[in-house]
Design a binder for this molecule. Structure first.
Ligand SMILES: Nc1ncnc2c1ncn2[C@@H]1O[C@H](COP(=O)(O)OP(=O)(O)OP(=O)(O)O)[C@@H](O)[C@H]1O
Ligand SMILES: [Mg+2]
Length: 478
């Protein structure tokens, strides 16, 4: 459950927030003045404070200044009905997480609060590397004994203290975000914000405004001024994930921030100066993108000052038992129970598998096995067949069969998920479901019983899908 503190001197604002946030996941506390809020914070330790700027007594900006003296990391969102650039900048300079103009609509405020609460959780996730070198202290969330991982840990230690830009590379699921957080955690900026931006997940026309903000009216839909991540993150660290997916104009702006620390908001012409450390990550070979002229060479060199490459899991198989052990303990702790043990034969199978989805895939396999294992020990039969199957004895198994079909549901789902992330408008589940129904019907000459069987659903369910997706009209099915 997340703790939310609302500070506002208007009774009806407090009232409407109580209604908006009446949810089992949120515990809302209210205060009607800055003074009252300041008294509450030390004992309440809220995950997020939402505060009005204009209040009787000490105003929101002053209250924020005093909150900062108590706690440099407290997340605070300021709200005002009287927005000026000056207060916006002042608010962000004081380290407000966001700055909102009233009135705002309910879905919007819910979304903003949910994002901020996620950021609060992310910031709490502590990562460290050192104790793991000597001890079995798994509390810290970053496991690795292989020589190549020791190299990664050392590099983290070396770059953390400097302000150098770091480029983290590695296949999907190898732990790039974990490394970025570790660098942040060990840096001098660790009491300042850490913000992650997934450049691949945000539509390109919005990415620039997400990063640099925009002025009111700068494009259709820009009804308010917006402060971008770089400004929010001043003095902190920004993690640009999937940087290879950034368009050339955004690349140019990023290069300028790296060189001079300045940028302009979209639609604005006042240069804004910030002091932000950039950590970037990519699972695409940027060298190739540079050669293909999709990625600016000068930006590449600028980012590549320190390169931390995380090897794929199949190249550090010795770490597999360590990771398995770690995940078993983590899962047990999350569920408040004793960790299950695992049969040696199951560990052997895990060690031999080629892990296309790397550590993330391993974690998912262990989670699934933990659920389905009937005894207190995980047995080979509790692992997915692609792990224990032929590949377990004969080394890597291809996930794609000769006819191009994939045999690994997990890998297929991951691919689909990547597509969905790139284009959320696609509505991936209904789209794929519709295609599957059409394919099965064609394959089975419109025989619904056989098509349903092929898809693993009942005939009644198939019937419902046919109607829902309008397939009966398209394929002239009665
Ligand atoms: N060495 C490790 N020790 C413990 N957990 C790890 C380790 N490496 C990765 N993980 C876990 O695996 C998952 C994937 O890691 P992370 O998100 O950092 O990968 P990524 O490289 O950013 O992947 P992607 O390219 O798909 O974004 C996370 O849940 C992370 O906590
Ligand atoms: Mg990632």
């Amino acid at each position: 459950m997340s703790k939310l503190l609302l500070i506002d001197d208007e009774a009806d604002v407090l009232y409407s927030f109580r209604r908006i946030f009446d949810s089992p996941e949120i515990e809302l506390t209210t205060a009607s003045s800055g003074e009252e809020g300041l008294k509450l914070i030390p004992q309440l330790k809220p995950d997020l404070v939402l505060m009005d700027i204009r209040m009787g007594g000490i105003n929101g900006l002053e209250t924020l200044r005093r909150i900062r003296q108590l706690d440099t990391k407290q997340l605070v969102i300021l709200m005002t009905a009287y927005g000026t650039t000056q207060t916006a900048i002042e608010a962000m300079k004081l380290g407000a997480y966001d700055y909102l103009l009233k009135p705002f609509d309910v879905p919007k405020i819910k979304e903003i609060v949910a994002n901020a609460l996620k950021a609060a959780r992310d910031m709490k996730q502590v990562v460290s590397y050192q104790p793991l070198l000597e001890s079995e202290d798994y509390e810290l969330g970053f496991v690795g004994g292989a020589e190549s991982m020791q190299q990664v840990f050392k590099l983290i230690g070396q770059v953390a203290a400097s302000d150098a830009t770091a480029l983290i590379t590695g296949e999907s699921g190898t732990g790039k975000e974990l490394v970025a957080r570790a660098v942040y955690h060990h840096s001098n900026r660790n009491s300042q914000p850490f913000l992650a931006v997934n450049c691949a997940a945000i539509p390109e026309q919005l990415l620039e405004s997400e990063l640099f903000g925009h002025e009111r009216g700068s494009f259709t839909g820009a009804t308010n001024q917006r402060i971008g991540k770089f400004e929010q993150c001043n003095k902190g660290t920004i993690f640009l994930d999937e940087i290879g997916d950034m368009t050339p104009p955004t690349q140019t702006k990023i290069l300028r921030v790296l060189q001079s620390g300045t940028f302009e908001r979209v639609g604005g012409n006042t240069p804004i100066k910030v002091d932000v450390r950039v950590i970037a990550a990519t699972n695409k070979p940027l060298e190739q993108a540079v050669a293909a002229r999709q990625f600016r060479e000068d930006l590449f060199y600028r980012l590549n000052v320190v390169r931390i490459h995380i090897p794929p899991l199949r190249d550090r198989r010795d770490d597999i038992p360590l990771l398995v052990n770690y995940f078993l303990k983590k899962i047990a702790r999350d569920q408040g129970r004793e960790p299950k043990s695992i049969a040696t034969a199951a560990v052997r199978a895990l060690e031999k598998y080629h892990w296309p989805g790397n550590v993330r895939e391993l974690e998912n396999v262990i989670r699934r096995a933990h659920v389905i294992a009937k005894s207190e020990a995980i047995l080979p039969g509790d692992l997915p067949t692609e792990v224990t199957g032929q590949g377990a004895t004969n080394g890597p198994v291809p996930t794609t069969a000769a006819d191009g079909s994939t045999t690994d549901a997990g890998a297929l789902a991951r691919q689909l998920f990547q597509i969905a992330k790139r284009d959320p408008k696609l509505k991936i589940i209904p789209t794929v479901e519709r295609e599957l129904v059409i394919q099965a019907l064609k394959e089975m000459d419109n025989n619904q019983v056989r098509a349903a069987k092929l898809l693993g659903i009942t005939r009644a369910t198939l019937r419902k899908r046919i109607e829902k997706f309008g397939i009966h009209r398209e394929m002239k099915i009665e």
